[in-house]
Design a protein around this ligand. Sequence first.
Ligand code: MRU
Length: 325
Amino acid sequence: MVFNMNKLINIQLSEDENAVIILDQRLLPSKTEYLRLSTADEMYDAIKYLKIRGAPAIGIFAAYAMYVLSKSPQRTLSEYGDYLKSSRPTAVNLQWAVERMLKAENLREECHAIHREDIAMCKAISENGLSLIKDGEAVLTHCNAGPLATSQYGTGLGPLILGSERGMHFKAYVDETRPLLQGARITALELMNAGVDVTLICDNMAGEVMKAGKVNAVFTGCDRVAANGDTANKIGTCGVAVLAKHYRVPFYVFCPSSTIDSSCSSGADIVIEERDTSEIIDLYFKEPVAPLGVKCCNPSFDVTPAELITAIVTEKGIINPARLL
Ligand code: MRU
């Protein structure tokens, strides 16, 4: 591996401040290519098609995008904000960052502050999470909640990366995370770079790994937490939580406290994004893996009920999901 993922910049303002530059996450792990985005349509597409992805990273990107767009008089800032917010519905961070930018007096300072705060939050989340595992232990992960989904360290992967920096040795069983393979393409890459002992598994192998006693805990990120502690995260997370309960493996969810959305009383209020069915059939395959025209259902997220979550780890501490607010 040639780069340190934790130092790799995934989002930045261009030097002339007329564009946002992002690492195109669709191409990982084969290519590291940067994109320069200066129009509202390019920015909308970047979020919609997961060129930039991961709830906190989408929020940071949207903040820089709002600053850049504030210099283009074709639409009002609030119209640009509504347009960006309509790109993906589930992660609260996108709405949160847009609303924060709309209230800001100094947009330039605010987008940099959102980015700086995320770096500090991820470090604090990682420190808190590190207290949940011992040197030599193994964790199962789902989707990607590492540096590329945030700013640095990540949320769910942060404890493993921080611990590795301090000379600790962890193992990770990484769910590949169909259909967009964020686990295989990005989590495996980030953790291998950090020196974690990574074993990649297909999503349907998580139960077998738990049954064999190979993992001490499950660590995932999340996209929105309802007031009652239900959490939305990448499709398949709820299934992993059910398995973890059955096999008595602690199930931890990691996020900045801004991911807690008190306007959602329960998970039933969280809008789940439905994505194009081509993602299941042919996006990451040379040839279609199912008959073209077959009916598919492709929800991008699911909701894990609070009762399946051992604790939610934020920058503020390790919280019982039943006592969030
Ligand atoms: O569709 P994605 O790749 O944006 O989904 C990402 C996840 O579900 C992550 O687990 C979540 O956003 C937390 S990222 C720290």
